[in-house]
Structures are given as C-alpha cells and as structure tokens.
Unconditional design. Sequence first.
Length: 570
Amino acid sequence: MYRRRVAWLVVVSVLAAAATTYIWFRFSKPPELRKVMVADFTNTTGDTTFDRTLKRALEIELEQSPYMDVMGDGEVLSTLHLMGRNDDAPITPAIARELCERSNRQVLLAGSIAKLGGEYLLTLEATDCASGKRVIGAKAEAASREKVLAALDSVVNRVRSGLGEPGRSLSNYQVPIQEATTTSLDALKSFSMGVDMQLHGKDETETLPFFQRAVELDPKFAMAYRAIGSDYYNLNETSLAAQYFKKAVDLSGLISAKEKLTLKAHYYAEARNDLPHGIETYRQWAQIYPNEWIPWADMANEYVELGQYPPAIADGERALQLEPNQATNYGVLVRAYRRANRFAEAKSIGLKAAQRQMDSANVHGTLYQIAIVEHDTDAHAREEKWAIDHAHGWYGVFFADAQAEEYASMDKYRESEKAFRNAWDTAEREKMPESADDVLADQAFTEFSFGQPAAARATLARVRKLDPDAPDAPVLHAQLGNSSLAEAFVTAHGAETDPGTLMNFVYLPRVRAALALQRGKPLEGIDALERAGPYELADYNVPFERATACLLAKRPDLAVPEFQKNWVSI
C-alpha cells in the first residue's frame, strides 16, 4: 500500500536527446550556479489569470538551465513562516527582497505585466539581492493575451544571457514555454494552482481536479497529463496512472532538456523496471543539475526498492542536505532508516520533520509501523491521534490496512476484519478501485497467515481485477492449492528479455518457489529463491518463504538465519 513517487514512460528519441545532453555536460566545465529568487509578477491588467501563472511559467523556464538554482517552494514557505507571514502571501518585490537576503540568494527576479490598449507590456528585472543594484533588465510587447507567453520567452532569454549563462547552454536548454507546457494561459493557471496546492500539503484527491481541468482546456498539455498520472500513481491507481503517463509520452515531442533527462531516468526505473539502470541515469541527472534534490531522493527510493539500504540512506541524506525545506525528503529518509532496521535514526528524522513542520503522511505512516514493532504505546497513541485528523485519501486506506494487520497479529480477528472493511470502504469512497482490490489481497494474505484458508479464499473471490505484475496473489493462490494462476504468472513473465529487476530477481522466484512447495518439493523451492539473493531484502517475504521451504525440507538449521533476515525488512 506504500507508493513511491511518479513513474513515467519515454520514447527512444527522448532518450537519445538526453544522452547527447549528458555527453556534452560530462566533459564540460561544471556550471557556476546563480542562486535565483523569483517574485510574483506585478499585474495591473485586471486579468487574474496572470496572477502566479507568470511566476510559475518563469520558474519552469529557468529550471531548464543547469546554471540557475531557483529557490524552491519549500524554502520559500519555510522562510515566510520565519518572517511571520502566511503561506499564501503574495511574493511582492519587497517581500521577495527580504526572502532573497534571508536565504542568501544572489539574484532577485521581479516582473510586471501591464495592458496598453489592446497590447501587453511585459518586463523582467534582475537585481543583486544584497545591494539591490540592477543587474539586467528586459521588456517585450505582446500583441494579444495569447502572445504573452511568447513575450515571456523573449525577456527570459535575454536575462539569462545577461546573468552570464553561456550561449552553448542557452541553445541546449531553451525550449519555449508554450512548447514545453501549453499555449493556453488558463490551462497553465489551473496547472499552477494544482502545483501550489501540492506545495501546501493538499491530498492528491484535492489536486487532481486542477490538473484535469488543465487538460480539458488544453488536450495537448503533456506536463498536466504527467501530473495526473503522478497523482493516480500515488493514490495506488496504477492502471489509471499508466494511461495518463502514456498520454504524456505521446505529447512529449517538445520538452526541455531537463525533462528529457528526467523522463529517461524514470523510463528505466519505472517503465522498464530496470532499477540499476534507472539509478545510473539519476546520477547523470544529479551531475548535470548538481543543486537538484529530486534525483537524490529518487535514487534513495530505488535503493529501498532493491533492499539496498546503506546507499538508500546516503542518497536520502544528500537529498535532505540539499533541500531541508521539502517534506518529501524527510519521508524518504525515514522510510530508508526503518527498512534498514535503524529505528532510532528514523524516529529522530521524524521528530526533526515535525519540529520544522515538514512532517507528512509518509513520515507518520512509517512512525506508526515502528511503534507497532517496538510496542511503544505512547508513540502508538500519538500516531493514532494524528491519523484520526488525517485519515483521508491514500493515507486513510494505508492506516486502516496497517491497523487491520496489527489487530490480526494480536489475535483480534473481529477488530481486524472491521479495520479491513474500513480500509476498503475508504478506497471505494475515494474512487480508488485498485487500492480497494489491494486491501482485499492484504486481507486474504493475513487470513491465510493466521490459519483461516477458507476466509482467505472468500476474500480473494471479491477481488475485481488482480494486478498482473504483482506476485502476492499468485503465491497465495498456490499456497491455497490452486496453482493455475501462479503457472499463468510464470508463463506471462518468464521471458528472458523482460528487463524488470524485481520481476526477474524477486517476483518470479517467489512464484516458482510457491509452485514447488505446492507440489511437495521444498528443495526446488529453495533453489528457486537462490536467484533472489542480491535483492532478497527488497521483499520481506523472500527470507520468510525461504525459511518455510527449509523447514519443510527438514533443515531447521538453515531456516533460523532466514527468519533473522526477515526482521531487517519489516
């Protein structure tokens, strides 16, 4: 039930372009970063569509460049809090100047838009944050509302050049905003509102309507389709997410160089499930954009998926060092520490997140799991209280599902059944059908584990659509005496050409081992799980199932260390 961040697909031409970009940067002098702060545009046109929309467009333009370190939204909010201002306070030039100085930024960019008859005048000025001295300025006229974004391109390019960005960089990292995003100001406004809501911690069910409205206004808005896919992925609706990622791919012919590299990394890691190759590409991204925290957080997540916790922790710490004002980084690092069985460090990071008001459902979900394992009644009560106030969307499903498994472990089967029902009802109410099916699969596995095979069969029968790439249901069906689903899984995924790391090294070995045990051949089960060795801690079921096979093979001496491994991956 614990989802990672977004997964994207990409076409071959995108990969080639990103590779070319990397080769040029790999053998070039590392960029001298300009630490930039962007203010809201002063809008005197009377058209509220320009409010914050032009600021978001400007940030997207600047973030293409490896030479521009744009102050992140998380850092802006954190500094606003220190200044005693509200999250939604407009970033006027005066407020931006104070933000700029407090954050040790170098350059403040402030823009304005005014209407002159039927035309629009767009200006952009860069000033030194410390002295207030003007560094460079530019202006452009737009003949109509529809041409304002093109005018923004013109002034941004001149300002980037005036700030010292080399011409080679400008030519490689200069996709016009209308091509990289949308030609519709209204669509860009809706998209920007969705991004702002994410920044303020709103749930995916709250941000989705804004991204959906963006693609209604512009059906060719690739970035908005990607955002919809991301929201659905994080809501555990992977089939729906795949549809929107595919749509984004179909429309991704004209995207920035940074987006191409980003898509390449996600293509390997998520679309092809080739996690080592994905990690390698994230490192390329981190080298070209050395001040970016996102590739480090993504690498940490990928290492967690592989069950390789020391590098996951190292990369998670790097992400948090680069951006301590991003709640995501605390959640990533807390999860990596927990999976490494380093509960004290996980709780320490969780406490730090709460103190900085950077705690999130990801952090609290992990702390709740630790409280269960450690039988910490005080922490358990705190996390239950937090969940009561935040149990909606995906976290409502996750918390009730975890609660149900906890009740089952305490032999409180009636309470467990009630909690599973609550999780299922929440998923249905939030229109998350795949999550609802996942709850049923979790319930069936729990019922079987605690000696209720008949109940497990009845629960499995309620699943509407099994995930074809998930091994748990085929394994459980085999354990219940029905091998047909497991055999079909092996047939569907057993091709040597499948690049999926976990599919090849974890999922298929698990299903093959379950079939061997169902046929009364535990030694074959042990052999099948040997392939899982490099990534055996990616799924705590691997050492547990290997231990079970060892017991059935009358080798308890081999089972004991496997049960001990299992604790690392709780």
